[in-house]
Design a protein. Sequence first.
Length: 144
Amino acid sequence: MEAFSKDLQIKATTPIVIFDIECLLCNKAIKWLLQRDKAEKLMMISFDAAEQQFNLPLNRNSIILLYDNNTYYQSDAVLKIGQILGGKYYYLSKICSRLPRILRDGIYNLIARYRYKIFGKVTACEIPDESLMHRLKIQSARIE
C-alpha cells in the first residue's frame, strides 16, 4: 500500500471528509454520517472533487479527514469523526482509540483492500435527500 502524505497543507475550518464515491460501503457510510450529523458539523467531498479542488493526487485506500489544521487517515479519521459527531459516538470513539493503532489500521486496511469485492461498486449515482445536498459541496467549506 502506498504511504500516505501526512501533511496535505490544507487548512480546513470545517471538518472535511474525503471519501471514495465509487465504493458502495463508503457511500452508505457517508449517507449514515449525513443523517446523524444533525448539527451539520461535517462537509463531504469525493476523492475526484478533492483532487481537482486541491490540485494534488490522493491515496484512495483511506478515508481522509481534514480538520483543525490536521489530516487524519484510516482508523484515526473514523475515530475523529466519531468524536466530532459527539454523544454516544464520542464515547465509542474514545473506547476504540484505546486499541493499538496497528490493530485498528490492520482491520481498516483489510476492509479497504476488499471493499469492492465484498460490498461492490456504485453503479448509479444515488442522489441524497435535497436537504443534505448542500453538505456535499466543497465550496461551502472555508478552505484557506
